[in-house]
Design a protein. Structure first.
Lengths: 208, 214
């Protein structure tokens, strides 16, 4: 005699797990379809793909940073998402449509995160405050800075990477190209990050 | 962020897909072997007993094992430079086996060598030229492969990619040097032909973190 028992918990678990896998497969298949169109030059598909990626990558970094005990710093997440989108764009020819899309995407995302950890672990010190201050005043970022402490307080609003970028650009006087080579970032990523840093400084100064 | 999406989607152009790893490796190995063959024939000259050595089972076995080590390491290096591609355990095992096949006869022969042969094999005077040759042979093929990785592929594991490139070009260089160097002491071959392969692996692993970043 065969006794068949029904285990609602197991049934529910199996159904939800199956649904999750199915959902994941469908999601990756949709990304793959959009991305393959983008590889052929279809910009409308690429726009939809990038917009979806912004959310997907933000979620991915939020979970990953929490997992690595780094805290979900929104500026860092935003930087990582931007850099990953740029990397996806630059290296889009490396995806083979016959291969699964998820591993390709998340290998790049993970690489960008580890790269960011490595760069941020380098000690960055802002030594020549006077020079930096003069440069920022000249660029109308700061109207006036009375004391060195003011600038130090303002700089607390920036993450380590932004401080490093400003140090290289404004104090060492390197060009955007040189900074991008030194920090292994694209030139456009450097410009975006500096622009953001300047904006943060302006807002911080305005509010103080 | 939306500005970035606007810019990227408006700048979009169709791309030509990166070639398959097997094709890249085959083309690279062929061109590198051709280059080294011409170099060896033109500048170093093949050793005088090369015709006899072809019939030696041990010599051709070690040469073939080194050449295959180079080919498999090259293939794995290319695969490692494509995001999301796994290095299958089977291929890693094949790589390990080929390298062991190249080393085992040499270790075996070392045990049978006389103290005089051991000293001669260790001698810097007799060996530095071989060590340098392996490095020089490796230089151009490695530069070509790393340049290709940098421009056309995207290594998300640069240390691994660099290490495998070093192993591949080093093994190829050691295989080429076998046709030039007249010294047959196993210790000489291990220290001055094989050790530089490991050194190259370490050098390229170190360089690649910087050079392959994107």
């Amino acid at each position: 005699l065969e006794i068949v028992t029904f285990d609602p918990w197991a049934a529910n678990f199996m159904t939800s797990s199956w649904n999750k896998n199915k959902h994941q497969t469908e999601r990756e298949e949709r990304w793959r379809t959009l991305f393959v169109k983008a590889q052929k030059g279809e910009s409308s598909a690429y726009r939809v793909f990038l917009e979806e990626m912004m959310k997907v990558l933000a979620d991915y970094y939020q979970n990953s940073l929490r997992k690595y005990g780094r805290g979900a710093d929104s500026a860092l997440i935003s930087d990582l998402v931007q850099e990953t989108l740029l990397a996806i764009h630059q290296k889009r020819a490396t995806y083979q449509p016959s291969q699964p899309f998820g591993p390709w995407l998340f290998a790049i995302a993970r690489y960008k995160m580890i790269d960011s950890f490595r760069k941020n672990s380098r000690e960055t010190t802002v030594e020549d405050w006077g020079l930096l201050e003069a440069s920022l005043v000249a660029e109308n970022v700061l109207m006036e800075v009375d004391q060195k402490e003011d600038l130090e307080i303002l700089f607390e609003a920036l993450n380590e990477k932004q401080k490093e970028l400003l140090r290289l650009l404004k104090m060492e006087g390197l060009s955007v190209r040189e900074v991008s080579a030194r920090l292994a970032m694209s030139e456009s990523a450097v410009k975006v990050a500096v622009h953001r840093a300047m904006k943060i400084l302006k807002e911080k100064k305005r509010s103080s | 962020m939306n500005h970035l999406v606007d810019r990227l989607s408006s700048d979009l152009k169709p791309v030509r897909l990166a070639p398959a790893p097997g094709l890249v490796t085959a083309a690279w190995i062929f061109l590198s072997a051709l280059f080294l063959g011409i170099w060896v024939a033109g500048f170093h000259r093949y050793r005088s007993d090369a015709g006899v050595l072809i019939h030696s089972f041990t010599f051709t076995g070690i040469f073939a094992a080194l050449f295959l080590t180079s080919a498999v390491a090259g293939l794995l290096a290319v695969r490692s430079a494509i995001p999301g591609r796994d290095l299958s355990k089977g291929w890693l095992l094949v790589l390990f086996l080929f390298f062991v096949l190249a080393l085992l006869p040499l270790f075996g022969r070392t045990l049978q060598e006389s103290p005089a042969e051991l000293l001669s094999g260790l001698s810097l005077k007799n060996g530095w030229h071989c060590g340098l040759s392996v490095m020089l042979y490796a230089l151009l093929p490695a530069t070509v492969l790393l340049w290709f990785f940098n421009k056309k592929l995207a290594s998300t594991r640069p240390l691994l990619s660099g290490g495998l490139v070093g192993l591949s070009v080093g093994a190829l260089g050691a295989a080429a040097l076998a046709w030039v160097c007249p010294q047959d002491e196993a210790v000489h071959l291990l220290i001055w032909h094989i050790l530089p392969v490991f050194v190259l692996s370490l050098i390229f692993a170190k360089l690649s973190r910087k050079f392959l970043s994107f």
